[in-house]
Write a protein that binds this ligand. Sequence first.
Ligand code: NAP
Length: 320
Amino acid sequence: MRPKVYITRRIPSAVVAKIQEVCEVEMWQEEDIPVPREVLEDKVKDIDGLYCLLTESIDESLLQRANKLKVISNMAVGFNNIDVEAATQRGIIVTNTPGVLTETTADLTFALLMATARRLVEASDYLREGSWKTWSPMLLTGQDVYGATLGIIGLGRIGESLAKRAKGFDMRVLYHNRSRKEQAEQVLGLEYKELDALLKQSDFVCVLTPYSPETRNLIGERELSLMKSTAILINTARGGIVDEAALYQALSNGAIWAAGLDVFEEEPVKPDHPLLTLPNVVTLPHIGSASIQTRTKMAELAALNLLQALRGEGPAHRVN
Ligand code: NAP
């Protein structure tokens, strides 16, 4: 019998065809609307493989219904949407797509850093709304990136790629990580710092850890108060790592200068979210890995992981 697979969103047809060579495939056909929970709860009862996105919560109550499920293949590197422990207890393999999105996400992180430092969105809006009257010495002045100090919290794959970009801008690069990365220190000239020291010394702080109970609200009121009043916070990791209420306060009262956010605690972020009212915040709709090439590679890798697990081959990118 061919294994049954459910795909929770429309993915490239060539990738679907690859899975269909060996599996019976059903796919949620919408591109911009996540599969409703009740549909997923129904589908999961009868499948061997689930191909899902970070928009689906694969929790204990869903897994209780998944009597035949052998593999959950997440088309993302982060897997905080999945209760990995509950999957492991049921013998279900969980996979992710690391590596293929590293450079694209580092590009976006640096782009967001530049856009926030130089107020690109504000400047573009200013021009479009007809406010531009003349060249002025201090009009829309931002912060220098070249030669500034960058602090990276979470020096993994993306953090290290970000550090390489920063070196091209002659930045001093500090990092804080769960474990020391001595090779990166030597090769890239990075300096390890305790979290508080990094926050005090950096002009730009980029958050790039996974989201977990350990990193929830890692950056809160106390941490923001340690940052320079001219500093910029960039979060392209996950929303819950930065306490949004504390960030709003810090940005409103001038404790820090600006923030660039690709991710939010609740996504999609509500249009009336207080952070969206601030001019010194650049916001993006979670597009860190969104290039055509990278999203295609992620879709292909997620399919490969799924097929390897169903063939009993032991997928390369297993997280449990
Ligand atoms: P990674 O290679 O696993 O790197 C994560 C790093 O964070 C590791 O070096 C890890 O340390 C460190 N870390 C974990 N917990 C920590 C803590 N409590 N304090 C300090 N450091 C800690 O992952 P990656 O591929 O770089 O991706 C990082 C995250 O970015 C993903 O988990 C995902 O959520 C997010 N992401 C977002 C987008 C987007 O579209 N915005 C795209 C891709 C990824 P160890 O070396 O000790 O494990």
